[in-house]
Design a protein around this ligand. Structure first.
Ligand SMILES: CC(C)(COP(=O)(O)OP(=O)(O)OC[C@H]1O[C@@H](n2cnc3c(N)ncnc32)[C@H](O)[C@@H]1OP(=O)(O)O)[C@@H](O)C(=O)NCCC(=O)NCCS
Length: 153
């Protein structure tokens, strides 16, 4: 998981981290037992990690407890084959079952694949913060995408 993430750190603006993260970057997420927090990892037949999706704290204040931030990262060689959708389908099903009211995704632009994935999964673009990041010598916008829990009725 760290290798996939650190490839995005080094080569893309998908994350605003600029330094590689240690192997235990995901330890807190994996250890969380809080309702609505999930980490899903896709592996191949040999157990090699192909990608992962997770839901976690949006902001650490109690009134945000019904909200989760979600994200997904895949190894480059498995992108564009439906794996992101499969991970998100399962992630959102679990988050919905936990009663989470809304999911937020923050997408640095440009990232047409991520915006297409979120749109395909029922997220809507609710706004963009302009030039809030600075990476590789350029100012970067972040788009906010949101999905309210479908009415269970
Ligand atoms: C973003 C990412 C997770 C998408 O996963 P994926 O497996 O490649 O996407 P899928 O094959 O499941 O496709 C999902 C939808 O996005 C569309 N899509 C995928 N790649 C696309 C691209 N490069 N441009 C436009 N649309 C694209 C697909 O057509 C599909 O839409 P549809 O269901 O309406 O046909 C993957 O590209 C990735 O890991 N990128 C690098 C890390 C990253 O940017 N993560 C997001 C951080 S916010």
């Amino acid at each position: 998981m760290a290798a996939i993430y650190n490839d995005a750190v080094a080569r893309t603006v998908a994350t605003f981290d600029v330094e590689p993260r240690p192997d235990d970057h995901y330890a807190d997420r994996l250890a969380s037992t809080r309702r609505g927090d999930h980490v899903l990892v896709a592996v191949d037949a040999e157990g090699a990690v192909l990608g992962y999706a997770f839901s976690g704290t949006y902001r650490p204040r109690t009134a945000y407890d019904g909200t989760r931030e979600v994200s997904v990262y895949l190894a480059e060689h498995v992108r564009g084959r439906g794996l992101g959708r499969r991970l998100y389908d399962e992630l959102l099903a679990r988050v919905d079952a936990d009663g989470i009211h809304t999911c937020v995704a923050v997408i640095a632009r440009p990232n047409p694949a991520s915006e297409a994935l979120h749109r395909a999964l029922g997220f809507e673009h609710v706004g963009t913060l302009r030039e809030v990041g600075h990476k590789f010598g350029n100012w970067v916008d972040t788009a906010f995408w949101q999905r309210l829990r479908p009415d269970p009725s």
